[in-house]
Design a protein. Sequence first.
Length: 455
Amino acid sequence: MLHRRRFLRSVALTAFAFPALVRGQNLNSRLQLVQVGCGGKGADDIFQFKSHPKVRYVGFCDVDSNRFPAADPDVPRFADYRVMFEKIGAGFDAAVISTPDHMHALPALRAMRMRKHVYLQKPLAHDLWEARELRLAARRHGVRTQMGNQIHSASEYRTAVALIRSGRIGKVTAVHSWQGNPGNMCTGRTDRPAPAPVPGNLAWDLWLGGAEARPYAPGAYHPGFWRDWKAFGGGTIGDFGCHILDPVFCALDLTAPISVVAENSGLHPETWSVSQTIRFIFPGTPLTGGRTVPVTWHDGGRQPDVALARLPAGAALPAQGSLFIGERGTMVLPHFSMPSLYPVETFGITLSPGDAARRKRRLAAGEKDDRKVAEIEPVPERHHYHDWVDAALGGPETTANFAYAGLLTEAVLLGTIATQFPGQELRWDAPGLRITNHAAAQALVRRPWREGWTA
């Protein structure tokens, strides 16, 4: 917590505007929301939550005064979430947090300790300790939570999960997931950019938050490229891992990996590698026949061997997605489209029932269509945002709550540690939150917050 004098000074300096506050109403009436991070994905989050008839925004916070276009003009605006939480207090019921990764845990933990429900962008945290603390805090304080991996609730991913869980391709023996993105313009950079004066619209010290202090530089960190820097983001796997690996975790009931090993295109002191391959070994589950299962992540243009997918001759893997290898066949799940089953000799046409015209053309060409085996019945989508609002208002629990999302995030973040020690297998003791065989890697499990910043 800030020292009292410094905190009071920040109250005076960081509230952009402060109309009369609205006090909290009965939860069965409307959910009073505050938003931390209002530009980019935050703007989309605001739009999605406003579409729920029982949502009312009572506070908006962003360190950049130019990033409030999606905010209601008559609702209080702040630069510092701590000031907003303090000022509104009992007047809000839940917080939506859409900040850079390094500033996920601090506001989320503080909100939950105030007994506020939390919707938090993916990945949940910037280090493993933070992810674990978020999961424990949600359970301890009895709040409703949801991670912002919205494709988790899409029909495409829900259908893929149902297919694997139904045993359509048999027990799964291995999974490969990939994303073609090589990062942004700062990925692989070996030096820090030249400092420059901070623009008047940006509270740079608040943007840094709990991260180690460094000078502002234009076009390097805020707003677009912070993911490329180890101090602020997790690179490509940090950006996409909680999306693309989500149906893998759901379908196979995965928890914590046993070990992980990585290799990449080269190490850099402050930025992530342009490409990497990370191989996790997970404990077996009934969906894997009880056998341990390797799950391999590829990015930056890397993909698994196309022969593993058993595709028709000349076919290629999608630019991003997952390949499930089963005892009876394979499933290719693009990111994101409906999944397909292979080989065609076993499964035939794998189109949704609504694609009747295309099915008819392919049947006329002599293709097999064993509908009992191959037909994919789409699972209806859910509204990822509304599900959390309904849960906070007393409805059913969410499916990407922190009990689930915390485990997924921990695996993703373990991958970001492994890629910093290429070729070295790291053994993971999940209950102890320890990498048991590598002291330097263990030191990255928890990063210190800057002095003056606590949850």
